[in-house]
Design a protein around this ligand. Structure first.
Ligand code: DPM
Length: 356
């Protein structure tokens, strides 16, 4: 029951089961921490939830799963929104920031097998087996490592996908993020975890990002204690990498990152859509505290009152520098080609003649 004598903080959420689990998790954390406030969930639907007949990369909108929620934030209908960080664009609409990044779950991709193939791994599935994923990143890496498999789009929320895997007979396996599968309580269905030598993960995968208005200092202060410094720093580096490459959903870009002591390691890669060409590189930086580094308004839209500015700036620098290194080694050409091919595929899907 909401107590009308306490001020209410409104949390915006998508309606899918995964979004609700994530938003309720944040609601519980806030409720336990702030006894003098009431927290309330407002649910809404986004384009990403509604358009289920096209691949993600075909819808051609960067903020697929976030736009409607951001409009609600902008119009002061809600005070904060919980997202999977990997669904948050690296540049947010004017006036919005990521006020907290929660501790990252296992960032690896995972395999869920159809009952018929239980006991198999991706490597031992029969030739021509259909593996479902709409992620260009996963598709490219899988094509490279498992040329005997047929990668096919699969859309819909996680519940729809699992039903398709179990009931339809089209798919031998699905590739999903371990984090989402765990949050849905389906961990027992994971038959194989993909190490990064097979599948590097998406930028921000496994972490939750909480968006709020940049000028809403009260909400920013409310969120600050929930930020996980280690996750925040690796994710700033990953997001700076993606932003510099202008990857988004339309091209295969992946990372692996680690913060050990003060050493921040970032590995990044880009792939052609068929996975045959790729450039991967790594870079590291020591995070140090320099007192007189002035704060930026945000670091890839992320704000933090507890992590030092010089650390945030160095994390951002790492991502930008790694992207520069990959572009200079031919990764830029691979990415441009992948983006052009994706656009043309989308035009074909929309019945428009592709450009040369
Ligand atoms: C983004 C991608 C996917 C989601 C692309 C990618 C996967 C799409 C697909 C940007 N967002 O990963 O290369 O497989 O067809 C999404 C999931 C989660 C957040 C589901 C998943 C849960 C995990 C998390 C969809 N967004 O990837 O299995 O919090 O990171």
């Amino acid at each position: 029951m909401s107590d009308l004598t306490k001020p209410t903080v409104r949390i915006g959420s998508r309606k899918s089961q995964l979004a609700l689990v994530q938003s309720n998790h944040v609601l519980d954390l806030l409720t336990q921490h702030y006894e003098d406030k009431t927290f309330h969930l407002e649910t809404m639907t986004t384009i990403g939830d509604e358009v289920l007949d096209r691949a993600l990369s075909q819808i051609g909108e960067k903020s697929l799963f976030t736009r409607e929620l951001e409009v609600a934030l902008e119009h002061n209908k809600v005070d904060l929104v919980v997202h999977s960080l990997k669904d948050m664009p690296t540049t947010l609409p004017e006036g919005m920031v990521i006020g907290a990044i929660l501790e990252r779950e296992d960032p690896r991709d995972a395999v869920l097998m159809a009952p018929k193939f239980s006991g198999c791994t991706l490597a031992t599935l029969p030739s021509g087996s259909v593996v479902g994923t709409s992620s260009l990143r996963r598709a490219a890496q899988l094509k490279r490592h498992f040329p005997h498999l047929a990668i096919q789009d699969v859309r819909g929320n996680l519940n729809t996908r699992l039903r398709k895997l179990d009931d339809e007979g089209t798919y031998a396996a699905l590739i999903l993020a371990t984090a989402g599968v765990k949050r849905m309580n389906w961990e027992s269905r994971i038959s194989e975890y993909l190490d990064t030598d097979v599948s590097m993960y998406a930028i921000g995968q496994g972490a939750l990002g909480i968006e709020c208005r940049q000028d809403d200092i009260a909400t920013r202060q409310l969120l600050a204690p929930f930020s996980h410094a280690n996750t925040l720093l690796v994710c700033v580096a990953e997001r700076a990498f993606l932003r510099t490459l202008e990857g988004g959903c339309s091209a295969p870009v992946a990372v692996e990152s680690r913060l050990v002591g003060d050493m921040l390691y970032l590995k990044g890669g880009v792939w052609s859509l068929d996975g045959k060409q790729n450039v991967t590189q790594s870079l590291e930086v020591e995070l140090v505290d320099i007192d007189d580094v002035p704060p930026a308004a945000s670091y890839t839209a992320v704000v933090s009152s507890s992590v030092g500015n010089s650390r945030l700036a160095l994390a951002e620098w790492l991502g930008v520098s790694l992207a520069g290194k990959i572009v200079s080694l031919g990764g830029g050409v691979i990415l441009d080609e992948a983006k052009k091919e994706t656009e043309n595929r989308n035009l074909v899907a929309a019945n428009v003649r592709p450009s040369k």
